[in-house]
Ligand binder design. Structure first.
Ligand code: NAP
Length: 253
């Protein structure tokens, strides 16, 4: 078997939620580079224009759907719109909301919002897409989790819990769909240098440098493009005997 047969995604269509920037953008560009037609997604129309341009410039193909995944039924709507473009072979569940707050600081609104975006929309999307993938006897779901699903920190109490719930759902559905060749796994990053952390990094560069130096064995934050190889593996034929598992990309933790 050549590398293209194992890792190539030619002929596949991938939907990557939250692919306007950060990890989602890098994964979308990686999947397009491996041959997939990519459906990009951001909150508002036009959010993914730069990513789409880079994919096209590199010989790939992409188009955009938009929508706020906190809205009730938004995950289902997104899948239905994507399926109207082409059957979705690969779903990367990447968009998420993260509001830093300890349990004592957590407000009801912030809890509801994070649960809706991170967990509720995942339920919606899987409810809509998995039966279709099952009928087609091929599917890959890559759920972007977090080191926090496994080793939660108090400062991200609710966010961490939604990531654990998301992975739990991936595992139950992995079991149910394993015989249909629909394989679901979690890619769990550690700290990655994206807009999500920019505020903290820019506000206190020295404090940030010290935090990062001692955070993991490599002593640095990861880069979005360092998530791409594992995402391609989990999206491809190479991942034919793995389901309901997690790959942690943390720099050693
Ligand atoms: N960065 C890290 O250190 C880190 C660590 C562990 C896990 N992760 C996980 O990795 C994934 C990507 O993180 P990132 O750092 O690349 O994120 P990011 O730079 O903050 O980008 C977030 C993406 O999600 C979209 N998004 C945000 N809220 C949304 C909503 N309500 N509805 C629909 N889309 C929404 C954004 O769209 P717009 O651009 O249109 O707003 C954007 O594309 C997330 O699941 C995150 O939990 C990140």
């Amino acid at each position: 078997m050549d590398l293209d047969t194992i890792f190539g995604l030619k002929g596949r269509t991938a939907l990557v939620t939250g692919s306007s920037r950060g990890i989602g953008a890098a994964i979308a560009e990686g999947l397009a580079g491996a041959g997939a037609h990519v459906i990009l997604h951001g909150v508002k129309a036009g959010a993914t224009a730069g990513v789409q341009r880079r994919i096209n410039d590199n010989g790939g193909t992409a188009q955009e759907l938009a929508g706020d995944l906190s809205a009730s039924g938004a995950g289902r709507d997104l899948i239905e719109q994507a399926e109207a473009i082409a059957p979705i072979d690969i779903l990367v569940i990447n968009a998420s909301a993260q509001i830093n707050a300890s349990l004592s600081e957590l407000t009801c609104e912030d809890l509801t919002f994070q649960v809706a975006v991170n967990f509720g929309s995942t339920v919606d999307m899987l409810q809509t897409l998995l039966p279709l993938m099952g009928a087609r006897k091929w599917g890959r779901v890559v759920s972007i989790g977090s080191i926090n699903q496994y080793r939660p920190k108090g400062v991200v109490t609710a966010y961490a819990a939604t990531k654990a719930a998301q992975h739990n759902l991936i595992q139950s559905q992995a079991r149910d769909y394993a015989k249909e060749n629909v394989l679901l796994n979690t890619l769990a990053p550690g700290l990655i240098d994206t807009d999500r952390n920019a505020h903290r990094r820019d506000q206190d560069p020295a404090g940030w440098a010290e935090y990062v130096r001692t955070l993991n064995w490599m002593g640095r934050a990861g880069r979005p493009e360092e998530m791409v190889g594992a995402a391609i593996f989990l999206s491809s034929q190479a991942c034919s005997f793995m389901t309901g598992e997690s790959i942690f990309l943390t720099g050693g933790y």
